[in-house]
Design a protein around this ligand. Structure first.
Ligand code: 5AD
Ligand code: SF4
Length: 458
């Protein structure tokens, strides 16, 4: 009888990747994934600590799991409950104290040890904890990722962060910056492509700071890695996320202009448009430096779809500071963006700053910012109507005969067609822009629209 594994993933794409790798570690032990915790032999919550809300969700879920575990034990069975990821790293033993239903707490750097930790959790009572930052890299100990049947895959190339933005827990939960060696990444990418993957998104908490050991013994930057990966036969598309403005070097900017596989989409968080707040955040650049950087990248790739992250209500943020953020958004224009109310994270410098902003003010500012960003996103999507774009078809849609893919700009595109289109690039003429997706029809050959700067036609 296979053992049932339920993994729930919170937070960023890195956690999605990690959950996949945890499954790979557990498959040889006879675990098969299931989509409900009810009746599972092993439950793993792969958690996120970035904002308070994300961390609290874990405890609510543990509350729901408690009666399921009690029932399982009442029937003579056993269920191991594990908390993995960034809450595990940040809160450690505290989790077991607060939620005794938890048997195992494992940080993001040691999930290659899961088999041994699970065995210990079966033997011992009182909870097992592993939140080490071991010298050996987990990547040297994990099995090769298994085929997951998808068209688009994540590949983690870099982890951790040395930037220490004053609001952020990542340097504490994920540790110091670490880049995987080039050969290891290329081997993983080739394997994914061999399994039918056509698009790879390179992941890292600060991915454009990538500086992994190359086969020539030198450190390679992200641009060089991308150029190398672009040579893999059958790999149609490359993306990367998430980047820091300070690490956007000239070679990476040039790659946006001259590597056809690198998609015209960039997630480049700025967080705020106020120089004072940027300094208090320790972002190490000004608002104008960011504006100039975006201009330079758009010179290399005029149709670039820009995405970003914003925080409103950082300690000390005044109305005038917030107005600067709106001004920057108006100047730069985004195709999509994520925006958040500042959330004080224990142990980070900003959490103990005096001038915390009232929640009511944060709510108001977030609504104003989201309205502006939403309007920009709508305009960006509307500008693609009438254009013919290459769409990578990823899955069947909800309606019969419908398929869903992605445009180069990461927009979801719905079209009618057979499921044999899966994994192929189809030229699609966009007929309608909805709030979060586009609708289109397959175009005749040679109908592709030459890339145009979409923000200007908006
Ligand atoms: N409060 C609110 N948002 C945060 N982020 C990171 N830390 C915090 C925090 N303490 C946001 C940033 C980051 C994104 C991943 O999450 O915008 O870019
Ligand atoms: Fe956090 Fe990103 Fe700043 Fe690193 S660069 S500290 S991950 S916000």
């Amino acid at each position: 009888m296979p053992k049932k594994l339920f993994i729930k993933t919170y937070g960023c794409q890195m956690n999605v990747y990690d959950s996949g790798r945890m499954t790979d570690v557990l498959t040889p032990l006879g675990y098969q994934t299931t989509d409900s915790p009810d009746g599972a032999d092993l439950v793993i919550l792969n958690t996120c600590h970035i904002r308070e809300k994300a961390a609290e969700k874990v405890y609510s879920e543990l509350g729901r799991i408690k009666p399921l575990k009690a029932r399982c034990q009442g029937e003579g069975g056993s269920m191991i409950v594990a908390v993995a990821g960034c809450v595990a790293q940040a809160e450690g033993e505290e989790i077991i104290r607060r939620a005794p239903v938890v048997d195992l707490v494992v940080g993001p750097q040691t999930y290659h040890r899961l088999p041994e930790l699970i065995a210990r959790a079966h033997r011992e009572t009182g909870g097992v904890l592993d939140t080490d930052f071991p010298v050996e890299s987990k990547f040297d100990h994990l099995p090769q990722p298994q085929a997951h049947g998808g068209v688009s895959a994540f590949l983690s190339v870099q982890e951790g962060c040395d930037k220490f933005c004053t609001f952020c827990v990542v340097p504490y939960t994920r540790g110091a910056e670490f880049s995987r060696p080039v050969d290891q990444i290329v081997a993983e990418a080739k394997r994914l492509v061999g399994d039918g993957v056509r698009e790879i998104t390179l992941l890292g908490q600060n991915v454009n700071a990538y500086h992994g050991a190359g086969p020539d013994g030198r450190d390679w930057g992200l641009a060089r890695l991308i150029r190398n990966l672009a040579e893999i036969d059958g790999l149609a598309r490359l993306r990367y996320t998430t980047s820091h403005p300070r690490d956007m070097d000239d070679d990476l900017i040039a790659a946006h202009g001259d590597v056809p596989q690198l998609m015209p989409y960039l997630h480049l968080p700025v967080q705020s448009g106020s120089d004072g707040i940027l300094e208090a955040m320790n972002r190490r650049h000004s608002a104008d430096e960011y504006r100039r950087l975006i201009e330079k990248i758009r010179l290399a790739r005029p149709d670039l779809a820009l995405s970003g992250d914003f925080i409103v209500g950082f300690p000390g943020e005044t109305d005038a500071d917030f107005a600067e953020t709106l001004r920057l958004v108006n100047d730069v224009t985004y195709a999509s963006a994520f925006s958040f109310k500042y959330s004080a994270r224990p142990g980070t410098p900003a959490a103990s700053a005096g001038a915390q902003v009232d929640d009511a003010v944060k709510v108001e500012r977030l609504a104003a910012l989201q309205q502006l960003l939403g309007a920009q996103q709508d305009a960006f999507n509307a500008a693609t109507v009438g254009q013919t774009l290459p769409v990578l078809v990823e899955r069947a849609g909800r309606k019969p005969g419908q398929m869903v893919g992605r445009s180069p700009y990461l927009q979801a595109v719905h079209l009618d067609g057979p499921d044999t289109l899966m994994g192929t690039l189809v030229d699609v003429t966009v007929t309608e822009a909805l709030a979060n997706s586009l609708t289109g029809v397959a175009a005749p050959p040679d109908a592709l629209t030459a890339p145009v700067p979409l923000r200007e036609s908006a």
